[in-house]
Design a protein around this ligand. Structure first.
Ligand code: ADP
Ligand code: ZN
Ligand code: MG
Length: 637
């Protein structure tokens, strides 16, 4: 059963930027240049007197010029300084310079005055200095100033470390978090235990030649404790924890993100064994090449660099990359292939037991009154994530403080719960009692149909805990082994299982809801593919009806483009028939096993999740009670 909850955006933390961080820098440069200019000017002024050309000629006539050098636009040299009040004393010699005027008689005049004169070529060094070094220097200064501006400033962000990762700031030598601080996700903890073991005793794994996964991807809705789990792994293994958020890699300049990735891995290697944690991996891990947008070059380079780095270290070096995302479906496929994030750990919303455990973890250190009953709260907070529950307890403590009480009471918890639920986003996720029951029947409908069909995959889990990613409940089926080919009967059974949810709703309530939309989409897609792609239709024959591929994305639903109207009609009817038949089949299966449908639903409502084994044992119990043999139709798996 699916529903589309509003998508949440998660703002990433950023240090507040000072207003115009680049301005101060520019002003500094300006002042420095001004000072240099001032110094040079005054030096010049103090020693060299600049005189007009006419005065130069006067002095020449009075033989006061001692010697001079002629450059293309200046004449400078030594002259006698004659001051009226210093008459009698020997004249001092001073420096002069004058701007050269186009004077064809200059040489004659100099000759006549008997001055030592000559010309100079500007020295190579000063030529290079003024025509190359200075402009380049100025260019670089401006570029750095701009880089500071667009690079998105922030504390500790100076000229010299544009490409350095800010991960360094977040190195935690010991996180201090342990698995005991994370409650209610035992499967995830179990999987991560292996990573901890490896970091603690790498030699044991090396001796056996075992390769530990390089990358582990934590997948799950927001607030379920992914970041916390990653920290706990580092804490348990007592290794440093490098953490960076995916969004921090994304920069304006092409290549900066890639440099950060390189730097991050470089720093981590120096500290191995350690953990690198990339939060919100989807910010860099988005599929490449689809969007054409500003910054997509940079994006691809960063991702490519990450892929290269992940290939580049030996798994036994002692670095393990953990990453978290709540949108695994948009990740680039290359990230998920073996040797990179090949292991995925699902961190789902907690069920009733998990919620109780989380409440207890967060209640530690808070004074509680004796009437506290966490079980009750846990049962009432379906759909809450770990973060919500932590928040709930904090709210309760605030409420208790407002009452001027010394301990938290049950009523505080309830009031806090209402406060959290009444928040705008929660309303849609916590279901009413009536809806819960409907969802439960729907899911058990899927599960029962799957159980009684010969070719359907075995049921692994039934849940009515709404998930962050759109589902209100779900039935998880997993194939017993890896399968590459699907037979027609298997495909038909898949359609039938997809119909099971709606069939159960109709059977029980004589009415249907919008909840089956996704199921119908799945069923229709399979049916259409059977008819159009696999030649499994009865009347449509063996033709392969695929339209030209659309530019972006995969196959769309318009397989019918490339055929005549009559064929299109036949295909439509064929699809309709498959769906219709399977819906009836699902209904009749459930009709036959109505008692089991009700029994399993009752238990599911109480427990919220059922494993495959629990599901089977309930069915066995019901059968034994009734004393009826179903052996002929029971699936062998
Ligand atoms: P995510 O990274 O999955 O969005 P976080 O790990 O940041 O979630 O969790 C946010 C906070 O919620 C944690 O700091 C912790 O206080 C609380 N929390 C979430 N899940 C759990 C859990 N399973 N056990 C204990 N606390 C949890
Ligand atoms: Zn469904
Ligand atoms: Mg997180």
């Amino acid at each position: 059963m699916k529903l589309s909850p509003p998508k949440k955006n998660f703002p990433t933390k950023k240090e507040p930027e000072p207003p115009f961080p680049y301005l101060r820098f520019l002003v500094q440069i300006g002042i420095a240049l001004f000072l240099v200019w001032l110094w040079q000017e005054s030096l010049h002024k103090a020693t060299v007197s600049t005189i007009p050309y006419s005065e130069f000629l006067n002095k020449l006539n009075q033989k006061e010029i001692v010697e001079c050098k002629i450059t293309p636009d200046e004449i400078y040299g030594k002259m006698l300084i004659v001051k009226p009040e210093e008459k009698g004393k020997p004249p001092r010699i001073g420096l002069f310079s004058t701007v050269r005027v186009d004077d064809p008689d200059l040489v004659k005049r100099l000759q006549a005055a008997g001055v030592v004169y000559g010309s100079v070529k500007p020295s190579l060094l000063s030529q290079i200095l003024f025509s190359w070094v200075v402009p380049i220097l100025i260019f670089f200064l401006v570029w750095f100033a701009l880089a500071r501006f667009v690079g998105g400033g922030g504390a500790g962000y100076s000229l010299l470390n544009i490409g350095k990762s800010r991960a360094r700031l977040l190195v935690d030598e010991s996180t201090g978090v342990t698995f005991a601080d994370v409650a209610g996700c035992d499967e995830a903890k179990y999987e991560l235990q292996e990573v901890v073991d490896f970091l603690k005793n790498p030699s044991r794994y090396k001796a056996l030649g075992a390769k530990i996964p390089k990358g582990v991807l934590l997948v799950g809705p927001p607030g379920t404790g992914k970041t916390l789990l990653a920290k706990a792994v580092a804490g348990e293994a007592k290794v440093p924890f490098f953490s960076i958020s995916g969004s921090e890699f994304v920069e304006m300049f092409v290549g900066v993100g890639a440099a950060r990735v390189r730097d991050l891995f470089g720093q981590a290697k120096a500290k191995a064994p350690c953990i690198i944690f990339i939060d919100e991996l989807d910010a860099i891990g988005r599929q490449r090449g689809i969007r054409i947008q500003v910054g997509s070059d940079e994006h691809e380079q960063t991702l490519n660099q990450l892929l290269v780095e992940m290939d580049g270290f030996d798994p036994n070096e002692g670095i393990i990359v953990l990453a978290a995302t709540n949108r695994p479906e948009i990740l680039d496929r290359a990230l998920l292939r073996p040797g990179r994030f090949d292991r995925q750990v699902v961190v789902d919303l907690p069920d009733a037991n998990g919620r109780e455990a989380i409440l207890k973890v967060h209640a530690k250190g808070k004074p509680l009154s004796s009437d506290i009953n966490f079980k009750e709260i846990a049962q009432a907070t379906m759909g809450f994530s770990g973060a919500d529950l932590a928040n709930l307890l904090n709210e309760a403590a605030l409420l208790a403080a407002r009452r001027k009480s010394t301990c938290i009471e049950q009523k505080d918890l309830f009031e806090a719960m209402e406060k959290v639920i009444a928040g705008p986003e929660r309303k849609s996720r916590v279901l009413s009692e009536k809806e819960r029951e409907r969802v439960a029947y729907h899911e058990v409908g899927h599960a029962l149909v799957a159980f009684y069909l010969e070719h359907a995959e075995p049921v692994r889990k039934i849940s009515i805990v709404p998930r962050g990613r759109a589902a209100l409940g779900y039935t998880l089926q997993l194939p017993a082994s890896q399968q590459y080919l699907l037979s027609k009967s298997e495909l038909l059974d898949r359609i039938c299982v997809a119909m099971g949810g709606r069939a159960a709703e109709e059977l029980i309530y004589k009415d249907v809801t919008t909840g089956a939309e996704n199921d119908l989409e799945v069923a229709t897609t399979i049916a259409r593919q059977m008819v159009c792609l696999y030649g499994m239709g009865e009347k449509s024959g063996l033709s392969h009806y695929v339209p030209p591929q659309p530019l972006f994305g995969g196959l769309d639903s318009s397989y019918l483009k490339e055929c005549s109207n009559e064929t299109a009609r036949i295909i439509e009817l064929e699809i309709e028939k498959i769906l219709e038949e399977n819906y009836e089949k699902a209904k009749s299966i459930l009709q036959q096993h109505l008692k089991e449908l009700q029994e399993v639903t009752t238990i599911l409502l109480a427990k919220e999740t059922l494993s495959g084994e629990e599901f089977k044992s309930i069915l066995d119990k019901v059968k034994n009670q009734e004393g009826v043999s179903y052996s002929s139709s029971v699936s062998s798996s």
